[in-house]
Design a protein around this ligand. Sequence first.
Ligand code: ZN
Length: 275
Amino acid sequence: MTVTLLFFWVDDWLQVGKLLDITGAVGTYYLGVSRNARVSDAVTQAHWSIRGHRNRHFHDLYARIRNERIPHDEYGSDLVLWKHSEDNYKPHFSSSRTYDQIRIRRSKVGWSKSVWFSQEVPRYSFIVLLAVKNILSTGDHMRAWGIQQSCVMCGEPDETRDHIFFACPYTFTVWDRLAGRLSGGRSDPNWDTTLQFITNNDLGSIDKILIKMVFQTCIYYMWKDRNERRHQRGFRTVDQAVRVIDKAIRNGISSLRYKADHKLAGLMQRWFEVF
Ligand SMILES: [Zn+2]
């Protein structure tokens, strides 16, 4: 299947999950791409035909899409070239390379240390970025459009970014189980306190890396969990969620072992100690 035939909003062609889950239904309006459009419908005459560059809520998604090489059927039935760096196009998609191209300008922002770090998993950090900027399609953002969305995990009527990360009793229990010992008992349900702690703390160098990995993985999976519940695709208990995230963290650490940084060898051992 070529990328051009994938559905723009519900197929994972950008490798960040369903775009519809990220923006909510209003995304179709802001980007000017209809709900049933194929990826090819968002391209006219070799240019991305999407709106949104002036809209602060959707600017990052807009930039991310504009960074993608225009998919085109002429490249063959299943060959699409992706931009890896300036004038360097390859047939395989590398989300980290694509990501490198739009992340550099952000490196000076204070919270950027919690989003961008060398051990990041790009699909996690993209969701963290949207959470930090508070532009995930949480209930409070949907209200202006007449859509009522309460928390699908605990029933709280006001579903906000701060509620999901991690004022919600469900997500906080998961976060506390994963980060409690690592943070020295300082896991906190308050978003600002948490982000501040992730960005700036007195933990040792290995633990500093670990807490960011746990934070990113937890944000990604709690948001995924929320979307699956919302679309009746799944339901996890706290124990199940903790197991899924623990496994994802271990996978993340394992994949780092092939990289040069020898300091990372201690990460897995430390994770076993504090989890
Ligand atoms: Zn809740």
